[in-house]
Design a protein. Structure first.
Ligand code: SF4
Length: 122
């Protein structure tokens, strides 16, 4: 986990996750031998599956695929806000003010958004 998350012993964004996955996320995680770790949501996007209200890869203490975690997990709490039409630090993260939102992170979020859009409906 990121230093901020560890410092606060927080796993909030791993609970009831709706993290969308790109083709490359799925390839990478499948390559580790995992199956049935995603589902298709209402808008045709593949997202991480939950088990007992936690991300299927989180055992309550650690993320089992931390080094291969999806791009969206790496970038969070940076997300694209449709109302602001901009990248922001998500209000859902209680410690968002402790994260830095750099230009590079914002650009990566925009790239992720494009990739997810291209992958939709696959
Ligand atoms: S909600 Fe924020 S502080 Fe908590 S685990 Fe997620 S990114 Fe880290």
């Amino acid at each position: 986990m990121k230093n901020v998350c560890l410092a606060h012993n927080c796993i909030k964004c791993c609970l009831k996750t709706q993290m969308p996955l790109t083709d490359s996320d799925i390839r990478k995680i499948s390559g580790l031998g995992f199956k049935n770790f995603f589902e298709v949501n209402k808008i045709g996007m593949r997202q991480l599956r939950n088990y007992k209200e936690k991300c299927t890869f989180h055992n309550g203490k650690i993320c089992k695929i931390y080094n291969s975690r999806p791009t969206g997990c790496r970038l969070y709490p940076a997300v694209f806000d449709e109302f602001e039409n901009n990248v922001i630090l998500d209000n859902y993260c209680p410690f968002r003010e402790e994260f830095l939102l750099t230009t590079s992170i914002s650009e990566k979020v925009i790239e992720l958004l494009k990739e997810l859009d291209e992958n939709k409906g696959k």
